[in-house]
Design a protein around this ligand. Structure first.
Ligand code: FES
Ligand code: FES
Length: 895
């Protein structure tokens, strides 16, 4: 038997020549800091040092480590943290942290090489990008990574002092943070899902007995719905649990099924044809998925087309007539275009995963989820269990972006297999499943007409959106155009186009980025025709007070003031600057409760919320610490467990606004309780020495529920209210069916982006991104900046690179590996400048609202407007690929 040395200790290697080093490290040795993401050498998450040299362990046969020394992230910080780890903590170079161990291992190797050769000279951005180009971060923490690596190499973290921006950062930079995929119980089985290989069929027979007969298989269950239909490639059919993955896969292969294949239809254009096979007959329409956060309002269906959903129109007939007259008169101010956006995959680095375990009649479920409390409620309802018999845990979550909000099939499969096998079962999706069937932001076609009046006001807007939602409904794209730029008349219609593709799901600002891509380019075009500065036109048309302040900031940026017209440029490389506006809604969740306690002289804050990389722990700790004049590290935060008091889901940017107000209320209650019980009460009005009082206090517990907001300043309303009766009804539905309130005021973002276009090769490079954001007071400033930067980077991916591709005949997803689905890497990161405007939300206790969605909305149109400014041509389809640029420059459409 051969051996290796791992983190200084000897370890045996399996004889199996096919065993991979990553599996030995994670499964045999339990060193779960090393992560498995792509399995194809693309993302770098599994990086370890082999005799001091970084290698990807997912491609390395374990035998290759024989007689060698392996260092994992756990071995980097044997005694003291490495300067790179300290720098990552200080510069918040991480969010969800799932990519972090790989980055840390690679960056420490780079640091050590660099220091040996260059002393404390700082490396350039290009040198850092080249060193870390084999790593991907879906949260977009690259800006912090640049700063951290630069400063660590420059020797600024050689000392002992450790500053952290994020409460759990130490666990994430050392590999100690446990995610659902890292959970391992004694006797735990591995579950695998059998998925449909065809896009449309009825399963007439399903025989699981042959699977149960396979050696090592402990359980097999059906996942078929009552109609026994599968409606997309990857639709779940059954699941098998076995003592290892190979046996489970053998069990899956042994399942005998007979199906009747049915005609299928794939994609937006085919599904709209009147003779297209219908995906959901009337009786089964409730089985369709949901691409938005809220419940779907009623809308007509015709074949595969559901819509129009046009409740947010305003004098639609008048808008139509204004636009027809303008067309007839060939009004030069009329802007008309059809825009197309591609499907964007969430591509979370931690896959959807669940570990289920029954102890008697109690069920404990570890889930990679955006809603521990919501998923607990969903499980209890589905299996008719009391709430106190179901516990959902998510200590750390490796990204979600909207795709992990609901009770997923991996959770249902794990629970049912665990019940059948009477053993704990893990179901973790593989990368192909993750990029195929866990949801996406739907592609869409948007037909837009915008008419300014001769006086330069906005007279009419028409926007019709057809979204490629797969086996799902409820896209809300055009409707969002009601909530900005008031006009005399607006005709806004949303259609879902349903086909035999996996269902879309909510994705960061659902509907916002495609709407903004069309509308913000049209506003830019109108400014050109009116010969008005694009920011000045927005100031005229947009009445929102938060955004007015952001426009003032944007128009004073040097890059904006110095931009040149396309006509003034020549040569191969042209630079352009574009602006765009985005907004989201201020949501909060009633019932959100925070418990605050003193336990053994230490402050403990608890709520059943989760941290998906958004910094929830830190927001709570910072809020409490500020009130008691302590440091965030003085507060222990317990989250990620549905047994704690009810907390909000991490969706729609509602966490901060849901938990800060009850936290503040709980602080008031606790202060009063401390003062009541203190042996020597503080003098009224004095600056109470809270640290001493807390240390001396008996154990105390208080809790507070999210209070209502105060009265908003005149002119600040919920945008739903501004949208009239239908908006009010929509807001009521959201509250009644989804327990979400849309508060007064609009979180907003204005972005100014500079690009460079290579007119020979068609590449677009984003050089600088200036992001102005109005989300009220910052609960945790460094983390807010990280969220903003990550949102912009996802927006850059949407604008320039990301597109899920499907086979139009078979319905298979062609971009089901990370080598095929391109997300932004560190070298794609521009210089990012984030400006926060903290006014506007004084009516919210604590003054803070969420940031997760708003900064990604305007990025794609700001880039497109910058490209227009650079080359004088407007690109109406994203991603803005090189071939599309070249085709546009040559005056023809791209293939
Ligand atoms: S998991 Fe090894 S490179 Fe992605
Ligand atoms: S922090 Fe990099 S993937 Fe989340």
């Amino acid at each position: 038997m051969s051996t290796m040395t791992i983190n200084g200790r000897p370890a045996a290697l399996p004889d199996d020549p096919d065993a991979l080093l990553v599996d030995v490290i994670r499964d045999h040795l339990g060193l779960t800091g090393t992560k498995l993401v792509c399995g194809s050498g693309v993302c770098g998450a599994c990086t370890v040092l082999l005799d001091g040299v970084p290698v990807v362990s997912c491609l390395l046969p374990a035998q290759a480590a024989s007689d060698k020394s392996v260092t994992t992230v756990e071995g980097i910080a044997a005694d003291n943290l490495h300067p790179v780890q300290k720098a990552f903590m200080a510069h918040d170079a991480l969010q969800c942290g799932f990519c972090t161990p790989g980055f840390v291992v690679e960056a420490t190797a780079f640091h050590d090489r660099w220091r040996a050769a260059n002393g404390t000279a700082a490396p350039s951005r290009e040198e850092i990008a080249a060193a870390l180009s084999g790593h991907l971060c879906r949260c977009g923490a690259y800006e912090g990574i640049f700063r951290a690596v630069t400063e660590a190499c420059a020797g600024r973290f050689d000392g002992k002092e450790i500053v952290t921006q994020r409460l759990e950062a130490r666990d994430k930079v050392t590999g100690a943070a446990k995610y659902t995929v890292d959970v391992r119980h004694d006797g735990q089985l591995e579950g695998v899902i059998l998925r449909s290989p065809v896009p449309h069929a009825k399963i007439t027979e399903l025989d699981l007995a042959p699977a149960r007969a396979v050696a090592g298989v402990e359980a097999a269950v059906s996942l078929l719905a009552d109609d026994r239909m599968v409606r997309f490639v990857g639709d779940p059919i059954a699941a098998v649990a076995a003592r290892d993955r190979e046996s489970a896969l053998a069990g899956i292969a042994a399942i005998r099924l007979v199906s009747e294949q049915l005609p299928s239809v794939i994609g937006l254009d085919a599904a709209r044809r009147t003779d297209a096979p219908v995906v959901f007959e009337k009786v089964n329409r409730k089985k369709a998925g949901n691409v938005s956060e809220g419940n779907a309002a009623p809308a007509p269906w015709k074949g595969n087309v559901r819509g129009p959903s046009a409740a947010f129109s305003k004098r639609a007939k008048q808008a139509k007539s204004f636009l027809s007259e303008a067309r007839a008169a060939r009004d030069p101010l009329l802007v008309e275009a059809t825009f197309r956006v591609a499907t964007q995959s969430h591509a979370c680095l931690e896959p959807h995963a669940t570990v289920a375990r029954f102890d008697g009649d109690s069920l404990t479920v570890h889930v990679s989820t955006q809603g521990v409390f919501h998923v607990m409620e969903g499980i209890a309802k589905r299996y008719k269990l009391p709430h106190d018999k179901v516990r959902v845990i998510a200590d750390h979550v490796g990204g979600g972006f909207g795709s992990k909000g609901a009770l997923g099939v991996e959770t249902i499969a794990a629970i049912e297999l665990s019940r059948a096998a009477k053993a704990p079962v893990k179901v973790a999706l593989d990368r192909e499943e993750e990029l195929s069937v866990t949801g996406y932001r739907p592609a869409a076609e948007l037909k837009l007409a915008l008419l300014p009046s001769a006086q330069g006001d906005l007279k009419a807007l028409s926007l019709t959106a057809h979204a490629d939602t797969g086996a799902a409904i409820n896209s809300t794209i055009a409707a969002l155009a009601r909530l900005i730029y008031p006009a005399e008349a607006k005709e806004l219609a949303d259609f879902d186009v349903i086909s035999n593709l996996p269902p879309g799901a909510p994705f960061r600002g659902p509907g916002g980025p495609p709407m903004a891509f069309a509308l913000e380019q049209a506003v830019d075009e109108a400014a050109l025709r009116l010969q008005i500065d694009p920011i000045a036109l927005r100031k005229r048309w947009d009445i929102d007070p938060n955004r007015q302040r952001l426009y003032d900031w944007a128009e004073n940026l040097e890059v904006w003031r110095n931009r040149k017209a396309a006509s003034a440029q020549g040569g191969r490389y042209r630079r352009g600057v574009g602006v765009a506006t985005g907004y989201w809604l201020y949501f909060w969740q009633p019932g959100s409760t925070v418990e605050l306690a003193i336990k053994g002289g230490r402050l403990v804050a608890s709520t059943a919320v989760q941290d998906i990389g958004t910094g929830t722990r830190t927001v709570i700790a910072t809020t409490v610490a500020r009130e008691f004049a302590l440091e965030p590290q003085d507060v222990e935060v317990r989250i990620g467990d549905s047994n704690l008091p009810e907390g909000p889901g991490s969706g729609g940017s509602r966490v901060t606004a849901s938990i800060v107000p009850p936290t503040l209320l709980a602080v008031q209650k606790l202060k009063a309780a401390i003062e009541r019980t203190a042996a020597r009460p503080p003098v009224a009005g004095s600056n109470a020495p809270w640290r001493e009082l807390i240390a001396a206090s008996p154990d105390l517990t208080v809790s507070a529920v999210r209070p209502k907001d105060g009265k908003a300043a005149p002119g600040i309303q919920s945008p739903f209210k501004q949208a009239g009766l239908m908006g009010i009804i929509f807001g009521w539905m959201l509250r009644y069916f989804n327990n979400i309130v849309a508060g007064a005021g609009v979180p907003s973002s204005v972005q100014v982006i500079e690009v460079e276009v290579d007119t020979w090769l068609g590449h677009v490079r984003v050089l600088n991104a200036h992001t102005g954001i109005a989300i009220g007071k910052l609960a945790a400033p460094a983390l807010a900046r990280s969220q903003a930067a990550g949102s912009v980077i996802q927006g850059i991916g949407y604008a320039l690179y990301e597109a899920r591709e499907t086979d139009p005949r078979s319905g298979h997803i062609l971009t089901s590996g990370m080598e095929d689905y391109r997300i932004p890497g560190i070298a794609d990161t521009p210089r990012l400048d984030v400006h926060f405007d903290e006014a506007g939300f004084d009516h919210v206790p604590g003054g803070s609202v969420g940031i997760g969605e708003v900064a990604t909305v305007p990025t794609s149109p700001a880039i497109a407007n910058a490209v227009r400014n650079a080359i004088g041509i407007r690109l109406t389809e994203i991603p803005i690929r090189p071939d599309r640029i070249i085709a546009a420059l040559k005056g023809r459409a791209a293939a």
